[in-house]
Design a protein around this ligand. Structure first.
Ligand code: 5AD
Ligand code: SF4
Length: 441
């Protein structure tokens, strides 16, 4: 009988993609997936180190696995991803029941490690980072759905001073346009109609055979059957006219840019090593809106970075107020051991960070509401994605700009693209009615 694996994924979309790669490796070795942890012969956690809280969540989850191991000493427990990279020694010491530890560049070793672990007592760990590994020849096993994630580059060379990613995921390296197009074609054959190109710094993509990120976008946009293309996350300093014009010229590239601001004050941006000023960021937003007037812009913001004063925090509020982001992920700064920012000696007290976060969230909430209320009365193309959580009689789907729309069912099925007239906007969602196309004979 086939052995069974169970996998839990934490953190970003890149981890979702990596778990799909791991699934394909395991299936090639004869494993089948189970969603019942107690049935599994091998259990994996694909982990995240971006903030302390993410690590704590995984540490707590792992502590429960102690019992699983006691019940079934043969079960293999593996820690994959950023925490494996970051906390290998700590894990080996504090969680001795963990059998296998593999960093983000070592997944190819998984089948061999599982096999060896069955015959030897030692833990097996590989967290070497590679300058080259992009898993070019491996195709992920995806769960059914509308959207397929495709990783196009790995690693980050930007070294923002708060960020652990350059340490857990290593140097930037890109796949070839050819292999990404090939993977896109395969995803379309499997029934996916939306592609999201992923990278820690997605627009730093450089085709090893020549060509940049806009060239890649054009190549993916030309694949028949791709209805929508998204990408995440870009760095503002790598967004240029060429990219914006490619977005303008292709209907299937979504009118949405996730543009991480991080902070509004020039001094803090410099301390963060973000390489742009507030003015440059605002000019970029103006340029995006000039070339792509309907483009939605979302962002990431950190409050309470070391040394951030009340006035400097107000600069962040000022940018949020003037840009009117469609939505934002907002975080309290979390010190990451090994990064440059932990060495600053003027850390902001926890209560202050919490208070700033609440003020920022309140402001952004009203900005989001303004942004979505502007959509009332418009007609939008929506891809039917899933049943609404609130009612079995309603669908949820996303617009081109990545906003969720709820509407009554009337014979559609998942993946249909329908025209919806927006009638209301509440919280972070739009509500609408299907526009029934008149058929002229
Ligand atoms: N503390 C808080 N937020 C962080 N991010 C990255 N590192 C940290 C940190 N140490 C946020 C940034 C980034 C997003 C993915 O996570 O806003 O864009
Ligand atoms: Fe982290 Fe900055 Fe790289 Fe993004 S660009 S992954 S925030 S170091």
């Amino acid at each position: 009988m086939n052995q069974k694996y169970y996998i839990e994924t934490y953190g970003c979309q890149m981890n979702v993609y990596d778990s799909e790669l791991v699934a394909s490796l395991l299936q090639k070795s004869g494993y089948v997936e189970t969603d019942q942890i107690h049935d599994a012969d091998a259990i994996f956690l694909n982990t995240c180190s971006i903030r302390e809280k993410a690590e704590e969540t995984v540490q707590n989850r792992l502590s429960n696995f102690h019992h699983l191991k006691r019940k079934n000493p043969k079960v293999i427990i593996g820690v994959l991803g950023c925490m494996a990279q970051n906390l290998k020694d700590d894990l080996l010491e504090s969680k001795p029941f963990v059998d296998v530890i593999l960093g983000p560049d070592s997944y190819r070793k998984l089948p061999e490690f599982i096999h060896n672990r069955k015959t030897q007592m030692d833990h097996l760990a590989d967290t070497r980072l590679s300058k080259f590994e992009v898993y070019e020849d491996m195709f992920p096993t995806r769960k059914e759905g509308v959207n397929a994630w495709i990783s196009i580059m790995r690693g980050c060379d930007k070294f923002c001073t708060f960020c652990i990613v350059p340490f857990t995921r290593g140097r930037e390296r890109s796949r070839t346009i050819e292999s990404i197009v090939h993977e896109t074609e395969q995803a379309v054959r499997e029934g996916f109609i939306e592609i999201t190109l992923l990278g820690q710094n997605v627009n730093s993509f450089r085709n090893p055979d020549g060509g940049d990120f806009p060239d890649l976008l054009e190549a993916v946009a030309a694949v028949p059957g791709v209805q929508r293309i998204r990408y995440t996350s870009p760095h503002p300093c790598d967004i240029d006219d060429k990219l914006l014009n490619v977005m303008l010229n292709h209907d299937n590239i979504c009118n949405h840019i996730h543009l991480p601001l991080q902070a509004g004050s020039d001094r803090i941006l410099k301390r963060m090593n973000r390489t742009y000023t507030q003015k440059e960021f605002l000019n970029l937003v103006d340029k995006i809106r000039m070339i792509l007037p309907d483009c939605s812009i979302t962002t990431d913001i950190i409050v309470g970075f070391p040394g951030e004063t009340e006035d400097e925090f107000k600069e962040t509020l000022k940018v949020v107020w003037s840009v009117r982001f469609d939505s934002a992920f907002m975080f309290k700064y979390s010190p990451r051991p090994g990064t440059k920012a932990v060495e600053f000696n003027d850390h902001v007290p926890e209560e202050e960070k919490q208070q700033r976060l609440e003020r920022l969230i309140a402001l952004q909430k009203s900005m989001t509401l303004i942004a979505i209320q502007k959509q009332i009365g418009k007609s939008m193309k929506v891809i039917v994605e899933k049943e609404s959580k609130k009612s079995r009689d309603q669908w949820s789907g996303r617009t081109d700009g990545n906003t969720w729309v709820i509407f009554n069912k009337s014979g559609e099925k998942i993946k249909d693209i329908v025209d919806i007239k927006i009638t209301d906007a509440r919280g972070v969602s739009l509500f609408g009615e299907r526009i029934q196309m008149e058929v002229t004979v």
